[in-house]
Write a protein that binds this ligand. Structure first.
Ligand SMILES: C[S@@+](CC[C@H](N)C(=O)[O-])C[C@H]1O[C@@H](n2cnc3c(N)ncnc32)[C@H](O)[C@@H]1O
Length: 281
């Protein structure tokens, strides 16, 4: 038998804070997490969640497993159309212009919590399939990080079911993917200049500096306030002045995020103000 919703809710309310996570972020997706916990309870032959809680108290390995149960893997290509339209139409060309002014030949992007790679490859395709390349000599380099090994393996395989494409521009799947059984696989020429790496954003962040950071449907939905603020400070450190931070459609920055200026009232995009003089940090 699975776990009862009310028992699972109580359990999550007690244990999510121990992982730096917050209950409010999990309210809508708790069934996924509760199913995983119920399965684990059965595997261990435990009578109830209280027994699982007792096990967690003296098993860091089991706590790490619970942490993994709390990862929500949902993603798709071009998720939040207006955001990617804005990136393709004006924001990526603007970041390319800023990189060119610095004397760089690369626009550096980081997708934090990249899941199975949909967001990383959406950036790649926005750049490669742009009707008119704004900066033909500029490269787009993308780092995708995720805490979950399974997600990263899927990202490296780059094959996706039809549902992953419901928001993409009409000709993308034909131009960039090859059918393989029930999936569409990204052609190798669209996988270049991409690095995928396992990293838990709570413990480590890449050095950067980046022109663009996408941290969507992760820290600003699931992390507790304090951890959100620390994550934001880490993102700020690794962004170029004038660089952009993109969140999920329903996410907001913590109230004290004074270091960022909202780029557009309608879109979840913020800019780290440009400095007049000096380096990236
Ligand atoms: C809901 S998905 C978001 C995917 C994509 N960013 C999007 O918005 O479509 C959240 C991803 O974050 C990953 N994740 C969860 N906790 C993480 C952490 N502490 N560090 C890095 N990635 C994490 C999960 O494994 C999952 O792939």
């Amino acid at each position: 038998m699975g776990v009862r919703d009310q028992d699972c809710v109580r359990f999550l309310q007690a244990y999510l804070p121990r992982l730096g996570l917050k209950w409010a972020g999990y309210r809508k997706v708790r069934r996924t997490v509760c199913k995983r916990i119920g399965r684990r309870k059965r595997e261990l032959g435990l009578s109830d969640l209280a027994a699982y809680g007792r096990l967690l108290e003296h098993s860091p390995e089991e706590m790490a497993r619970l942490d993994a149960f709390c990862r929500i893997p949902i993603s798709r290509f071009y998720r939040d159309r207006a955001v990617f339209d804005a990136l393709g139409d004006t924001l990526l060309p603007d970041l390319a212009e800023r990189a060119a002014m610095r004397g760089d030949r690369e626009v550096q992007c980081w997708s934090a919590g990249c899941a199975s790679g949909e967001e990383v490859y959406t950036l790649r395709l926005l750049w490669d399939l742009a009707p008119q390349p704004s900066h033909p000599n500029m490269r787009l380099a993308i780092l995708g990080t995720d805490a979950d090994e399974v997600m990263l393996k899927r990202a490296a395989a780059a094959c996706y079911p039809g549902g992953s494409f419901k928001d993409v521009p009409a000709d993308w799947s034909e131009r960039a993917f090859t059918p393989d059984n029930d999936t569409l696989c990204l052609r190798p020429e669209f996988r270049r200049d991409i690095v995928l790496r396992r990293e838990d954003i709570r413990a480590q962040q890449p050095d950067g500096p980046f022109d663009l950071v996408l941290c969507r449907n992760l820290a600003f939905t699931y992390f507790a306030g304090d951890l959100q603020r620390r994550t934001l400070a880490a993102i700020e450190r690794c962004l170029w002045p004038g660089g952009l931070l993109v969140l999920g459609a329903h996410e907001r920055l913590p109230a004290e995020a004074e270091a960022f200026v909202r780029e557009s009232a309608a879109l979840p995009i913020w800019r780290k103000p440009a400095k007049k003089k000096g380096g990236p940090r």
